[in-house]
Design a protein around this ligand. Structure first.
Ligand code: TMP
Length: 209
């Protein structure tokens, strides 16, 4: 039986505008009468926040890449169990800024662990709870990093060099091809209103029919 609510994730490289576009989508779907939970990993869940702050602390340069992948998966599981699944069970539409595909692209491709290896630890963590639909905000690594320039604080991953971010965007393309029935791609170089409108078209066509 299909679950009661919906689960949508938004993905993309750093600087692709996920939070701005997500806020537009949240507003529009709320106006349409859906009960929307807009969350982001780690989603305000204390245990997950604590894990995440260890991962992103710029001083943790000694962190092993597989440790990083395992910690993201651990944080994701806690967010899923404590917040996402209960909301879906209540019939809400959960809109999540980043989910499993971020790990496939950043740790699998960016860090070079391999998409299959990272997928397997995430399968253990999420037990089949993939999003119903994933919106990929398609933007080059160069354009994304240019947008980050004005940010006051850059976390440990934002600070990685361009070649890391290029491996991430290439990784996302591989993930898109592999999960083509779940992931749709939107041109994120457009104005945020237009990016959100394109995303909403997909949401209506694919899951809110
Ligand atoms: P954010 O900027 O979207 O909040 O994400 C923080 C950083 O963490 C960003 O550079 C992407 C990275 N990240 C991963 O490397 N793997 C993951 O699984 C997630 C969720 C984020």
């Amino acid at each position: 039986m299909k679950h009661k609510g919906w689960f949508i994730s938004i993905e993309g490289p750093d600087g692709s505008g996920k939070s701005t576009v997500g806020a537009y989508i949240e507003k529009q779907l709320t106006e349409e009468g859906y009960s929307v939970l807009f969350t982001r990993e780690p989603g305000g869940i204390e245990i997950a926040e604590e894990i995440r702050s260890i991962i992103l602390d710029p001083k943790n340069t000694a962190m092993d890449q597989k440790t990083e992948a395992l910690l993201y998966a651990a944080s994701r599981r806690q967010h899923l169990i404590q917040k996402i699944l209960p909301a879906i069970e209540e019939g809400k539409l959960v809109l999540c800024d980043r989910f499993v595909d971020s790990s496939l692209a950043y740790q699998g491709a960016g860090r070079g662990i391999g998409i299959d290896a990272v997928l397997s630890i995430n399968q253990f963590a999420i037990e089949g709870h993939f999003p119903d639909l994933t919106i990929y905000l398609d933007l080059s690594a160069e354009a994304g990093l240019k947008r980050l320039k004005d940010r006051v604080f850059l976390d440990r991953l934002d600070r990685e060099a361009l070649d890391f971010h290029q491996r991430v965007t290439a990784g996302y393309q591989e993930v898109l091809a592999r999960f083509s029935d779940r992931i749709v791609s939107v041109d994120a170089s457009q104005a945020p209103e237009k990016v959100a409108a394109d995303a909403l078209d997909y949401i209506h066509q694919r899951i809110l029919t």
